[in-house]
Design a binder for this molecule. Structure first.
Ligand SMILES: Nc1ncnc2c1ncn2[C@@H]1O[C@H](COP(=O)(O)OP(=O)(O)OP(=O)(O)O)[C@@H](O)[C@H]1O
Length: 290
């Protein structure tokens, strides 16, 4: 198991604006001092005027400057049609890319002041990723796939394997510890991916269409697992265009043409709108004028 292997766990983001104007001084990581009015919870994610313009040519403003607050322990779905900016937002929230405008606070850290190495470490410490296509390493066992995610944390090999086994047991795969991904069903592969995402004890689970490759019954059981993780206190953010997946979340936010709006407005005929009074204490403010 090498660090090169570990870097393969995350897909690379091409054509983005990483290391753009947001990257600055690696030493400047400020803990945010909350001097505002008392909030009902602690913000895990705060976007302050965060925007993303791909340089092009021609330049594409994929995310207009937005404000978004997600509190620790929330379960939020971001819904939007194709091309609305979901992947752009996911890449920013997951620290896979840096915004070209605004400030992103993750768990009190101003990520826009960080250099890439620091962002990578913060990402490994705080965020677990689940992708539609699982992104498992084909020639590694389930245990190895999970254990590799801990290489960045400097966890000794023996401990990595122990944690991997524990997480695989947690998602119901104690009988498949040494299985290769090709011998697992789609649902089992996604469970390995969930175990991997949980290995480092993240604060945030970022899920990109987690059931997109699964039949409806398997999808339901994966969503039930996410429900349980949320009940145990994990903050979960799902990016999806699937209405049923979005409805399982506590709160929905719609993205359209790079702009955010509270509630599920994926089908704007009014029949599928999730009332915002289902939302928890998190707040979202309409984007500022550019
Ligand atoms: N690297 C890039 N360079 C230039 N434009 C880009 C780049 N990546 C995305 N875009 C554009 O930004 C907009 C938002 O794209 P994004 O991939 O975030 O949408 P999406 O909602 O994830 O779409 P889908 O659901 O189809 O994956 C689109 O107009 C897209 O063409």
């Amino acid at each position: 198991m090498t660090e090169d292997d570990a870097t393969m766990i995350l897909p690379t983001v091409s054509g983005g604006a990483a290391n753009g104007p947001a990257a600055a001084d690696d030493t400047a990581v400020f803990a945010r001092v909350d001097t505002g009015p008392a909030e009902s919870g602690r913000a895990l994610i705060e976007l302050d005027g965060v925007g993303m313009t791909y340089p092009g040519p021609p330049p594409v403003e994929a995310l207009k400057p937005v404000e978004l607050r997600i509190e620790d322990g929330e379960y939020v779905a971001i819904v939007g049609p194709s091309g609305s900016g979901k992947s752009t937002l996911l890449n920013l929230l997951g620290l896979l890319d840096a915004p070209t405008a605004g400030t992103y606070w993750l768990d009190g850290h101003d990520t826009s002041k960080m250099k890439e190495a620091h962002r990578t470490q913060l990402r490994a410490d705080k965020i677990g990723f689940i992708f539609q296509a699982f992104h498992l390493m084909a020639h590694r066992t389930a245990t190895e796939n999970v254990a590799m995610s801990l290489v960045y944390q400097g966890v000794p090999k023996r401990k990595r394997r122990q944690i991997a086994r524990e997480k695989l047991e947690l998602v119901g795969l104690s009988h498949r510890l040494d299985a290769l991904p090709t011998t697992l069903s789609g649902g089992e592969r996604q469970r390995v991916a969930i175990a991997r995402a949980l290995a480092a004890g993240p604060s945030l689970l970022l899920c990109d269409e987690p059931t997109g490759n699964l039949d409806s019954r398997t999808a339901d059981s994966i969503m039930a697992t996410l429900d349980e993780l949320h009940a145990e206190g994990l903050t979960i953010l799902i990016i999806t265009h699937d209405h049923e997946v979005a409805e399982r979340a506590q709160r929905a936010v719609t993205i359209r043409d790079g702009q955010l709006r509270e509630g599920n407005h994926l089908h704007d005929d009014g029949h599928h709108t999730v009332p915002t009074d289902r939302a928890s204490a998190g707040t979202l403010v309409m984007p500022k004028a550019p």
